[in-house]
Design a protein around this ligand. Sequence first.
Ligand code: AMP
Length: 272
Amino acid sequence: MKIFKDKQVLKNEISGLKNLCFVPTMGGLHNGHKSLIKKAGRFGRKILVTIFVNPKQFNSKKDFLSYPKEIKKDLIFLKKLKINYLYLPTFKDIYSFKTKHKIYEDKIGKTLCGKFRKSHFKGVLNVINRFLEIIKPRYIFLGKKDFQQLYLIQKHIKKKKIKTQVIQCKTIREKSGIACSSRNLNLNESEKRIASKVYHLIKNEKFTIKKTKKIKFDTKQIKRKIMSYGVKKIDYLEYLNTSNLKKVKNFKSKFNIFIAYYLKNIRLIDNI
Ligand code: AMP
């Protein structure tokens, strides 16, 4: 595994590589990241991982500072997976050049997480746009765990006619059902139990809708139940069509239930 901190040195190394697989991360690596890397491996090409906790996508300094940073563990984790390149940029390395493309933020970026975390997706699209210009990968691997992010990056790539293909990767979960997330490192055991209850409640709700062909969704009742578990705040709970992230009206559409909620001051998101 070759490690780079300077984009020019990285570019010299990877220029000319035809089918580079790119896995962007913010570190605090877990089985979700591992599955993206494994999937990239199945493409049989060179794999480049980035670790960069992008300050521009955090709307609260406190949240940025408390985001798990585990670089020593991450290095061991990545070495085991035998990736080819790791790019660990500084803020300056990423933000000190003028990009070819301006970012395109689809209007969906103002809904769900975008409504509650102002300029979050602008920050995400900014950094991904820059990575794509530096790395020029053939493939980028993104998790459905962050479905809205995946959706918006896809829209940006399409709109700007960038020659990188998005490979969608399924959500990996812990035994308890909760989605693997770097933020889980900040949860204690009792908070993890609550998160697990939330997951099972939503999963059962979806199952019931499909089975009973329920037409009306009672979000109020579900939200009440979630709060009764000890959840501090729910930003949103929505039933959305997975092809366009619009609200679904009944069981006939292909949908997921999207949630963002707080345990203590830790914000968790999922879609089931
Ligand atoms: P992050 O380090 O949280 O920015 O995530 C980096 C990439 O890993 C993103 O494409 C995420 O969607 C993906 N990812 C995070 N958690 C999971 C998970 N539990 N399952 C699958 N992919 C994930």
